[in-house]
Design a protein around this ligand. Structure first.
Ligand code: CDP
Ligand code: CDP
Length: 204
């Protein structure tokens, strides 16, 4: 199983983490939400550190911060993620995670294209911006955040545009990625499809 990696990419709030966690639980693989790495860097930038220094000094417990899920941190993460030195500082950790014994699921923006271009399973999960904004809005409102649907939609679209057009590791499907549009798909169906793809590749 060494190096059996499931690479999941896609835009904001498409369901990457939800599907990634469920696939990992199903097969007993480890799961890494790589967005948390960039969010942790973004949080440190908001606290006054440079993005490069934050990326170079990132610690495991920086990923446990409850404040990483806010829109302000997501925006700071996306700005930091466009800096090549920040991305470079995070590559080794992600590749080591992908190569761990027992299999791994990584989700992010550049897993199938840059971090694990040889991953045996690559998924690109999308949904319309309106559906994704609605999901993120519901999630943030449930946590008590003062947000509007229009505001979340604008944030999601601005972030996707920046992530897709940056020079370094832009968000795009790998040529060999399986595309999954979850706009009208519930979580159970999305997870079942992803599990079936992995099972087929594993031959189980
Ligand atoms: O990781 P990513 O930002 O792509 O999305 P997520 O955190 O997995 O999902 C964002 C929200 O959408 C969560 O609250 C999920 O429960 C929800 N979701 C959904 O309603 N339907 C799906 N097919 C996938 C996710
Ligand atoms: O949860 P959501 O999909 O909204 O965002 P995330 O996965 O937590 O990622 C936050 C930001 O980190 C993204 O908007 C990207 O700018 C950046 N990111 C990246 O550049 N590469 C990755 N592999 C993961 C995230």
């Amino acid at each position: 199983m060494l190096g059996f990696t499931v690479a999941i990419d896609g835009p904001a709030a498409a369901g990457k983490g939800t599907v990634g966690r469920a696939v990992a639980a199903h097969f007993g693989f480890a799961h890494l939400d790589t967005g948390l790495l960039y969010r942790a860097v973004g949080a440190k930038v908001l606290d006054g550190m440079t993005a490069e220094e934050a990326a170079l000094t990132l610690q495991a417990d920086d990923l446990e911060d409850d404040q990483l899920r806010t829109n302000a941190v997501a925006e700071a993460a996306s700005l930091a993620a466009a800096i090549p030195a920040v991305r470079a500082a995070l590559v080794d950790f992600q590749r080591s995670f992908a190569m761990r014994a027992g299999g791994a699921v990584l989700d992010g923006r550049d897993i199938g294209t840059v971090i694990c271009p040889d991953a045996p399973v690559k998924l690109f999960i999308t949904a319309t911006p309106e559906v994704r904004a609605q999901r993120r809005f519901a999630e943030l409102s449930a946590k008590g955040a003062e947000v509007t649907l229009e505001g979340v939609l604008a944030d999601v679209q601005a972030r996707d545009a920046r992530d897709s057009t940056r020079a370094e590791a832009p968000l795009k499907p790998a040529a060999d990625a399986e595309l999954m549009d979850t706009s009208t798909m519930d979580i159970e169906t999305a997870v079942a499809r992803a599990v079936a793809l992995v099972a087929a590749r594993l031959g189980v």
